[in-house]
Design a protein around this ligand. Structure first.
Ligand code: PMP
Length: 406
């Protein structure tokens, strides 16, 4: 097909496509994946410690023993056995839940999409941390919602800022549809919401009649083995909780879940059915067998150890090489460090020069709805080896020095 015949359809697009742009992360992948570039950009888990042969044997056994079920259509809510196991996983975070209230989704990304679909009409307000997960922001944009950012500090979302945001939305005659928050090992900010703030934030949202959308893919990846109590653990009625196997097992299987109050859960199942008919049965059954037959908590410990070494390598290299006036967060888990450069830097403008210097990162502006974040960047330490991380940070520091020389 020629370019012209493709262009012909542009006037037919729905208005909601106007906000759909290639994310900075995605357009970077092609360049950043070249072997000579140290990519501190992507958020790919490091899968080499997975017991691949054993998982392969399990997949083969699944087909030969249960293939007629595993390869068939399934339930729009997800298979019952996995939903029960998901409740056990969530119990590590203090959550008491019934499998009936869990909906399995195609990654937690799909859960974000379905939740936004259920709650948001064009122009509706969503409260979200500043900065926030780029994939959530692009979903909110796709549904033409308006994101109102709420400030964070080293202890996560600031309750006073939330209160002010709730009030200001209310004064404009509206009520935010939900608060989107990533309490643990934030993407991209790398910080964790304190226990006191969890209680306060849940209370503020409950009083204002605004549900909390608690997105928690990294919660079990605390480097000192701390598992923080979920917001959902103390508020079953007003919290919609999202979980995922992407970071604790494997993202390629695309299996996540939502735990939601009863009425919301019913809508989610309907939305799931209309979007995908059902989440992949084979992948759910494989995960179910993995949880039943493997030391999955041991595997998570191995992941924690790998990522902790990489975090240490990154923080050490930042301390050794970054120019004066640069600050960064100190993640206690997860994948990301959030770096703030001195006044005058523009991380988006600098990125091509960084890639020429064979290092990549994600510019801060990707994580804001409103163009903020010009002198910030997200560095991820999940995928490259510690040696490559140190080399990448050294290269980055070289780029910053030459920007200062100009
Ligand atoms: N939420 C956050 C905060 C994430 O970082 C990610 C993945 N990077 C997701 C949701 C989506 O994860 P998945 O769809 O793989 O479960």
């Amino acid at each position: 097909m020629t370019g012209n015949s493709l262009d012909r359809h542009v006037p037919l697009y729905a208005q909601r496509t106007a906000g759909m742009r290639a994310s900075a992360v995605r357009s970077l992948f092609a360049v950043a994946n070249r072997p000579e570039v140290v990519s501190l950009a992507g958020g790919m888990p490091y899968l080499k410690s997975l017991p691949l042969e054993a998982v392969a044997a399990e997949a083969a056994a699944l087909v030969s023993q249960d293939g007629l079920v595993a390869l068939q259509y399934g339930s729009g809510q997800g298979i019952a056995e996995l939903r029960e196991q998901i409740c056990q996983v969530m119990s590590l975070e203090g959550i008491v839940a019934h499998p009936d209230d869990v909906v399995v989704t195609v990654g937690s990304q799909m859960a974000l999409d379905l939740t936004t679909r259920i709650f948001c009409d064009p122009g509706d307000v969503i409260l979200a941390e500043a900065p926030s997960y780029v994939g959530a922001l692009s979903t909110f944009t796709a549904y033409q919602a308006t994101v109102v950012h709420v400030a964070m500090d080293d202890d996560g979302l600031v309750p006073e800022a939330l209160e002010a945001a709730i009030d200001s939305v209310r004064r404009s005659g509206r009520r935010a549809k939900f608060l989107y928050t990533i309490p643990n090992f934030h993407n991209p900010a790398g910080v964790t919401l304190s226990a006191e703030r969890r209680v306060r934030i849940a209370q503020l949202c409950r009083e204002a009649g605004i549900p909390v959308l608690e997105d928690n893919p990294y919660g079990l990846l605390g480097f000192d083995d701390t598992v923080h109590r979920a917001i959902r653990a103390d508020d079953a009625d007003n919290v919609i909780y999202l979980g995922s196997f992407s970071k604790t097992f494997a993202p390629g299987l695309r299996v996540g879940w939502v735990l939601a109050p009863h009425a919301v859960r019913e809508k989610l199942v309907l939305a799931n059915e209309s979007a995908t008919l059902n989440p992949p049965v084979f992948n759910q059954m494989l995960i179910s067998r993995y949880l039943a037959g493997f030391d999955w908590q041991g595997q998570i410990k191995a992941y924690r150890q790998t990522y902790a070494e990489r975090r240490d390598a990154m923080i050490g290299a930042l301390t050794a090489h970054m120019p004066a006036g640069t600050t960064w967060t100190h993640p206690e888990g997860g994948f990301y460090v959030w770096v703030t450069l001195p006044e005058g830097f523009d991380t988006a403008a600098m990125l091509p020069r960084a890639v020429t210097a064979r290092v990549a990162y994600v510019p801060g502006t990707a994580f804001y709805h409103d163009g903020l974040g010009a002198r910030q960047m997200r560095l991820s330490f999940c995928y490259p080896t510690p040696e490559r991380i140190v080399e990448g940070v050294r290269r980055l520091a070289g780029v910053l020095e030459s920007e200062l020389d100009v």
